[in-house]
Design a binder for this molecule. Sequence first.
Ligand code: NIG
Ligand code: FE
Length: 431
Amino acid sequence: MDKPSADIIVKNCSELLTMAGGGGKPKKGTMLNNVGMIRRGAVGISDGVITWVGREDDIGSSVKKSRRTRVVDAEGGVVMPGFVDPHTHIVFAGSRENEWLDRLAGKSYLSILKAGGGIISTVKATRKAKKQDLIRKGLGYLRMMLDFGTTTIEAKSGYGLTLKDEIKILECIKELNSIQPVDVVPTFLGAHALPPEFERKEDYVKLVADTMVPEIARRGLASYCDVFCERGAFSAAEAKRILEAGVAHGLKPKIHTNQFNDIGGTEVAAKIHPESIDHLDVISKKCLDDVATAGSVAVLLPGAAFFLDGGIYPDAKAMIAAGVPLALGTDFNPGTSFCYSMQFILSLACIKLGLSVEQALNCATINAAHAIGMGGVVGSLDVGKQADIIIMDLGSYKLIPYSIAGNNVNTVIKKGFIHKVKDPHKADWTE
Ligand code: NIG
Ligand code: FE
């Protein structure tokens, strides 16, 4: 058999984490302990695709090099797949630091929303904003995500809440996907909050289910349909109606539920089987059974509980024990988690959710990819997958969450394109 060829070879890695071994499905239970590590491993890339993964000592006998083959020296760093962030809200105008300060002074998130602030204040700013300004702002956030090692994200609409403004946001997401390196998977979140011009919720739910969903699906602007199922947002029955409309028009379901209250969202999930169930901070044993029945990936977002200060963290260990595949995301948004760093989320996952480093890393890569339908394309270093790879200035992967709130990524390779974040520094403490 012909040796695989490589136009890029990544070598001199202290630890190569492949995250392989899930068998094409999200990892659960003890599989989450396996990061597929190869000490002194190396990767071959051709035309942006991984062609070979193995031990550096075997490159000579296993990989066909040419004069044009470029060697990327990891300088003894940790090399792993780029992070996948399966839950973000990156297209919005304005910011909400004043509301955040009010919250630190004691106001609750849902009381601010009820008083017409929160999501609605971002909706007002986003409706007024020009597309080019939203794109410029989104580009800035995506650049920070890329610098912090995130190579694929999901992005939701939900700050327009009219057909015209939701289309505007989804068109921005589409444009953002095409003008910069990070892959962006689009989700329609028309049911994010009741817009101020509607008095009756049923009128808005009808608009979302019967008009917005079909039109957005017809334009091919979203892969997923999501609903914020929460007291003060949408009920379980409303979520079901909207998600079923999505399915009927080819939009795969996702649901934000049990962030603050249990109002039956997991029961809906058990019937609809969404690709992911997100948040799950407040769950009973019955909810956990629903999540297991749904067979979805549970996307945990500890950045929101942290940013909300006093928020409740999900019981990740109980979910793993129940055989639920978990993923981690930033929930980047202006209200509950202004965090674009998956590295920080890994720290929170270990410190606040009690995950092991290995579990957290699988949740932030391969399982996060499965949560957004990209499990066959990204999330692990397997031959045939996209060459989305990061190099970190660390001698051991255990230092990734241990190093809080910094950025240890020095190089990001996205589909074979090399993005230099900074020069490797190899400080003494990484030895
Ligand atoms: O995932 N919970 C609903 N949506 C976002 C918050 C959006 C906002 O406050 O602007 C979330 O936390
Ligand atoms: Fe969210």
